[in-house]
Design a protein around this ligand. Structure first.
Ligand code: ZN
Ligand code: ZN
Length: 276
């Protein structure tokens, strides 16, 4: 099934879901949204698997990757390759998703029409050799849609067809669009604290929807930092959760320079340090 067909079906399911509203369905969708978008994409794929801003025991790393597959953004090797490529070539012709090629392109066009990096072994070898070495990530990348099917079946059995619509299509579609806003909106609108060589911006409403990922100019200036909201008013619930894991002794080697440390540093690093 093509990506386009899958997206049409999921959007149709998302439109149908409100007709099955119950508080149980809303809460179930909210819990899985948090797991997929915050633990999976934010803490896992992005701040851990791609940029290695902190360390956790292997089983937690795997658990975050499993959560991330529930967002229907592909397996870890694909996601990490595409994102490291984005950092290396931000807002140039080699960027997989730059708004310089159009806002719609950066938001979702690249997923549908782009030479998305699915099964592109050459790019995977270039950008994600660390994950390729790990059998778990190879298997999960191949079968990345299986956890979502399992969660959908469990929701259907426990809460009926309506709950399945809320937990799978509606929740996935909302999660896709909020994540895509980081590629589109926070490379177009918002403010820039750092003069990075890309167009990245900080945008509070995208940060709110993505658990802190919308402080995207801070992130491009210091990609490895586990902390994206660096001013006191930049609410970053992703980093708060990493801090909690650190205080519990679960997260180690958390790299999270403060605003003062960053301002003292002469040139924020914009290199692809994580892929080195
Ligand atoms: Zn970016
Ligand atoms: Zn990044």
């Amino acid at each position: 099934m093509s990506t386009f067909t899958v997206l049409v079906l999921f959007h149709a399911g998302a439109v149908a879901a409100p007709f099955f509203f119950t508080w149980e369905n809303l809460i179930a969708a909210g819990v899985v949204y948090w797991m997929a978008v915050s633990w999976g994409i934010g803490l896992g794929y992005h701040r851990l698997h791609t940029h290695r801003g902190y360390r956790v025991p292997k089983w937690i790393e795997y658990f975050f990757a499993l959560c991330a597959t529930l967002a229907l953004e592909g397996g870890p090797i694909y996601w990490v390759s595409a994102h490291r490529c984005h950092h290396q070539h931000s807002d140039t012709d080699l960027d997989p998703h730059t708004p310089r090629h159009g806002g719609f392109w950066a938001h979702m066009g690249w997923i549908i029409f782009g030479k998305t990096l699915h099964n592109n072994t050459e790019l995977a070898h270039r950008y994600a050799p660390d994950l390729l070495k790990d059998r778990f990530y190879r298997v999960l990348s191949k079968w990345h849609w299986v956890p979502l099917v399992v969660v959908g079946l469990v929701a259907w059995i426990l809460g009926g067809f309506g709950m399945m619509l809320w937990v799978v299509p509606l929740r996935v579609v909302v999660g896709l669009h909020t994540t895509w806003l980081v590629n589109s909106a926070t490379h177009m609108w918002g403010s820039r604290r750092f003069e990075t060589r890309d167009d990245s911006t900080n945008l509070w409403w995208v940060a709110l929807m993505t658990f802190g990922e919308g402080w995207h100019n801070n992130h491009h200036a210091n990609p490895v930092s586990a902390r994206h909201g660096i001013a006191w008013y930049e609410f970053d619930i992703g980093y708060i959760q990493i801090r909690i894991l650190e205080l519990l002794g679960i997260a180690k080697a958390v790299y999270a320079p403060s605003l003062r440390e960053l301002e003292q540093a002469k040139e924020p690093s914009d290199a692809l340090e994580a892929a080195a």
